[in-house]
Ligand binder design. Structure first.
Ligand code: ZN
Length: 236
């Protein structure tokens, strides 16, 4: 007669496979989210670069308009200057023209700085655009692979559940219930082998000789005194 724990150990092997499958299936949405978050991060970086470039363009345009209007003012002052009737009026225009020309020169210096910033900004923008479109292509592949993996895992899960159900039919019902209670609690193993030297294969504590002996007896189901897992000592 075979030991009743043999069929339980067979179920446990399938349960461990089921746990692994379920864990992997459970992790897939998080992996997809992580991938999508990375893409969102790159899209955000591109948006920042676009905003910055647009802002520079607007500022540059404003300054150009300001320069134009100052230049018109200078032309107007120069015309008025020629019609000045007094030295005082003439000097006043010289002063006004000087002020406007200094402003123009300041603004033109700022324009150069802005144009350089704009060129740099455009380079950064196109780099980020390239990164994003590269990631988009890569990510859509990755997401597709993950979806395919999830489908495959779910199929394996269904098959494994059916195999597990068939294996469970071979088990003693009361031992199977006991096994299920321990498995729910421990989440790794409910049945463990007695290790050489008489240690529990689950918690590795030294088992009493009586337990080690009983673990060989097909008529007895014994548990580790320390961790509560069923201990099995197959006769080799
Ligand atoms: Zn133990």
């Amino acid at each position: 007669m075979s030991h009743p724990l043999e069929s339980i150990v067979a179920v446990q092997k399938k349960d461990r496979r089921l746990i692994k499958l379920m864990r992997e299936i459970r992790d897939i949405p998080q992996r997809k989210q992580d991938i999508e978050a990375q893409l969102a991060g790159s899209a955000q970086k591109l948006e920042t670069a676009v905003d910055s470039r647009k802002h520079t363009e607007v500022t540059l345009k404003e300054q150009e308009l300001e320069v134009e209007s100052l230049k018109e003012r200078v032309t107007k002052y120069k015309n008025q200057q020629m019609e000045a009737t007094t030295n005082e009026q003439y000097r006043a225009f010289v002063k006004e023209i000087g002020t406007a020309e200094r402003e123009i020169s300041d603004l033109e210096e700022k324009e150069i700085v802005l144009m350089e910033a704009l060129e740099k900004g455009k380079v950064i923008e196109s780099e980020r655009e390239a990164t994003l479109s590269g990631e988009r292509a890569e990510i859509s592949d990755e997401l597709g692979e993950l979806d395919a993996r999830a489908a495959e895992l779910n199929e394996q899960l269904e098959q494994m559940k059916a195999t597990r159900a068939r294996a469970a039919e071979q088990c003693d019902k009361s031992i199977l219930q006991k096994y299920a209670r321990i498995m729910n609690n421990k989440r790794d193993f409910a049945v463990v082998m007695v290790e050489p030297g008489g240690h529990c294969g689950g918690c590795h504590m030294k088992l009493p000789p009586q337990v080690t002996n009983d673990a060989r007896n097909p008529a007895k189901i014994v548990a580790c005194n320390f961790c509560g897992r069923i201990v099995y000592n197959p006769v080799s």
